[in-house]
Design a protein around this ligand. Structure first.
Ligand SMILES: Nc1ncnc2c1ncn2[C@@H]1O[C@H](COP(=O)(O)OP(=O)(O)OP(=O)(O)O)[C@@H](O)[C@H]1O
Ligand SMILES: [Mg+2]
Length: 262
């Protein structure tokens, strides 16, 4: 993959969550709380991992940040604005890469700018650069079904990055990948994050992944989720997969596990 030359994000984005609550109501019945008072700050440019048991509300929290769903109460601020709906300042990546099957890689990447009427020659140049960055320059005319799992993920990345989001929201993006592709994608993501000024909120339930990627790991409690604790990782960067064997890495994992099991 060649070195990216994308221009830096114009406005650094940070996240502020205060006492965020959400209950999904079932018909005529009292619903159970999915989020029971989340307090969390994410600094601009930080890589924050969200970790917690299944059903603790990680995806709900991410969807609230993305503006796909709203909190019942509490404060949800991205940058300097309360979140009221989705916006191109926030890029979202899910476990299954979102690509239109009837569009080529190139058309998928340009879909966002095109639908906003912002398809300028500069944006086309940027899309070409991005495809270089994600190693898909040769696959620009391929359709999603012609790409491997890892390639589809990288295409989805390019599709999101063309909007130059200040905040990247990722919900177990590599959960369905095999171990080798997953390690390659983790490396790719760390490289991308280090070259661009992006804030990342990354949901995982893999302690090792959280330790490898995160500046801090916010551990949510069992359902209904609240913030249990935030663990500072403190390992030097750049980090590599080979670091996972070091004593410092194992120690960081142990600190996270302690909070999880508390
Ligand atoms: N659209 C919905 N309607 C009703 N209940 C929902 C909805 N979305 C989530 N929930 C409930 O909210 C709770 C939290 O769900 P959420 O998907 O946020 O958990 P999670 O931490 O992402 O879990 P996992 O690790 O399994 O992905 C669960 O009890 C779930 O059943
Ligand atoms: Mg989830």
């Amino acid at each position: 993959m060649s070195a990216p030359t994308l221009t830096a994000v114009a406005t650094p984005t940070a996240v502020r969550l205060r006492d965020v609550r959400k209950t999904f109501r079932r018909r005529r019945r009292e619903g159970r709380a999915a989020l029971d008072g989340i307090d969390l700050d994410v600094a601009a440019g930080e890589f924050l991992c969200l970790l917690g048991p299944s059903g603790c509300g990680k995806s709900t929290l991410l969807n609230i940040l993305a503006g796909f769903t709203s909190a019942d109460s509490g404060e949800v601020v991205v940058g300097d604005r309360p979140v009221t709906g989705p916006g191109p300042d926030r890029g979202v990546l899910f476990q299954t890469p979102m690509l239109f099957p009837w569009l080529t890689t190139w058309q998928n990447v340009l879909y966002g700018p095109k639908s906003r009427g912002a398809l300028t020659p500069a944006v086309r140049d940027e899309a070409a650069e991005l495809l270089e960055t994600v190693g898909l320059a040769d696959a620009r005319d391929a359709y999603p079904h012609e790409l491997s799992g890892g390639m589809r993920h990288r295409a989805a990345f390019a599709r999101v990055l063309i909007n130059r989001p200040g905040l990247l929201l990722m919900d177990e993006p590599f959960g369905a990948l095999d171990a080798i592709t997953r390690a390659a994608m983790q490396r790719f993501l760390l490289d991308l994050w280090q070259r661009h000024s992006m804030t990342i909120v990354f949901v995982t339930h893999d302690v090792e992944e959280a330790t490898l990627l995160g500046d801090r790991v916010a551990v949510l409690s069992a359902p209904p989720g609240g913030t249990k604790d935030v663990v500072e990782i403190g390992l030097p960067r750049p980090r590599r997969y080979e670091d996972t064997d070091t004593l410092a890495f194992v120690e960081a994992k142990r600190r996270i596990r302690e909070v999880l099991e508390r």
